[in-house]
Design a binder for this molecule. Structure first.
Ligand code: PLP
Length: 438
């Protein structure tokens, strides 16, 4: 299957090229040429299938032309080394817990899948050329990508993060790994890190020396696998007899996660509608209300992984809906929550139901609580473990949050990073010196 660019000014790409490039040459996002509908029998039998079987069938629909079935199944099974359970919070509101992976956030699924697929393509091409993955992070992306690629052959990972602006728990998850992962501590903010990465991609000299790629949700190999758990959630609800009128509410930042859900829907997953939950960064909600898309600088909130002022996957949503705001409105509604709303939700849900939400999941929960109808089954995506946002959650609840053993392991190890001034000249020199030693 070929991949086209949402800007339609670039040639069609093979899966391998789309994965290696990340962004299309015309700066558009790659989309699969076809979205295959899965057969009725798949949905009839889905309640009897386990996560690996369901995900393998979905992966086959997208990647089956390009990767032999057994290899693809292996990539899927290696990726999904953990479950994504659906847990009832109360009445018709359920939590799809996506935080049981190695870094306790949903990005583990896409990060691990992309690492394995990229490594597969490098090996298939003889494994001679190393690929360097550059990733700028404000916290969660860096840890999921670094852990996803850890020890994977043929790939080096360089994580750029803003000095002093990432929580200790987050920092430990990508500065303690070693092996093929290097952390660069930049004297600047997240936008500066992102600018350095973009400059590196545009620097022709550098691209002659190193094969550079990006690992954020613009990459099809990170974005499409996120559809797996929507199917798995549906299978679990069907087993519980609650699969009619399913509504997914997705806490959204770059809108990769919700777009993967929309892809699942197009593949035939029986969903009634979607809700996109925002924090104060609400350009999408404004788009739904006015039909105008006005990107702007992000504002800082306690749900910081959703602090995005110009969601990269908006282009994919426009592509899916032919640029029609009316068409989008039929399928997706929106909502927005302030930090105060988020804190109130975290404390109320804990007091009433004993369930501990993280600040992102809290937006998802509240989006359902405010909009769900009695005949619907609401599922919000709990995108991170509350312990990842320990300070906020503990302050809100007035009591300690238990740190899972996986997270405690990271905390024991010693941080190693390379400090770097915020200027492209230094970053460029650093990358050149790595190319020389490769
Ligand atoms: C990345 C992230 C989000 C936002 O996901 P998008 O795919 O960018 O919309 C939400 N919650 C958490 C915890 C995240 O890490």
């Amino acid at each position: 299957m070929k991949y086209y660019s949402t800007n339609r000014q670039a040639p069609l790409a093979s899966l391998a090229d789309a994965v290696k490039k990340g962004l299309a040459p015309d700066k558009g996002l790659y989309m699969p040429e076809r979205i295959m509908r899965l057969p009725e029998t798949f949905f009839e039998n889905i309640a009897d299938m386990d996560f690996h079987e369901t995900a393998a069938a979905v992966a086959e629909a997208f990647f089956g032309d390009d990767i032999p079935q057994a290899d693809l199944k292996k990539i899927v099974c290696d990726t999904l080394s953990f479950d994504t359970p659906v847990v009832n919070v109360h009445d018709n509101i359920w939590s799809l817990e996506l935080f049981h992976g190695p870094t306790l956030a949903f990005k583990d699924v896409g990060g691990r899948f992309m690492a394995r697929m990229l490594s597969y393509f490098i090996a298939r091409e003889g494994g001679k050329k190393k690929v360097t993955v550059l990733v700028a992070t404000s916290g969660d992306t860096g840890s999921a990508v670094a852990n996803g690629f850890l020890g994977v052959d043929g790939i080096d990972v360089i994580v750029l993060y803003p000095e002093g602006k990432v929580s200790e728990i987050q920092e430990k998850q990508f500065t303690t790994l070693g092996q093929n992962v290097t952390a660069l501590e930049i004297a600047g903010n997240f936008d500066d890190c992102q600018r350095l990465v973009k400059s590196a991609f545009m620097d022709e000299g550098l691209n002659g020396l190193l094969t550079l790629t990006s690992a954020n949700s613009i990459n099809v190999a990170r974005f499409l696998p996120q559809s797996f758990y929507y199917f798995h959630a549906y299978a679990q609800l069907k087993r519980a007899g609650k699969a009619d009128n399913v509504v997914f509410c997705v806490p959204s930042g770059n809108f990769g996660n919700i777009t993967a859900g929309l892809m699942a829907w197009r593949m035939g997953l029986p969903v009634k509608r979607f809700i996109a939950a925002n924090n104060r960064n609400d350009v999408f909600l404004e788009y739904l209300r006015t039909g105008m898309y006005r990107p702007r600088a992000s504002v800082q909130t306690i749900a910081n992984a959703m602090d995005v002022g110009d969601p990269s996957n908006f282009a994919r949503i426009m592509d899916l809906y032919g640029n029609s705001a009316d068409a989008v409105r039929k399928d997706i509604t929106g909502c927005r929550y302030t930090d105060e709303d988020i804190r109130n939700t975290i404390s109320e849900v804990f007091r009433k139901y004993g369930y501990v939400l993280d600040p992102h999941g809290a937006c998802g929960y509240q989006g359902l609580a405010d909009n769900i109808r009695p005949e619907e089954t609401g599922v919000f995506l709990e995108t991170a473990h509350p312990a990842k946002f320990k300070d906020t959650v503990e302050e809100t609840l007035g009591q300690a949050v238990e740190i899972p053993p996986k997270l405690q392991e990271f905390m024991k190890n010693e941080k190693k990073s390379v400090r770097m001034p915020n200027d492209f000249g230094s970053f460029r020199k650093y990358l050149e010196s790595r190319a020389e030693h490769a």
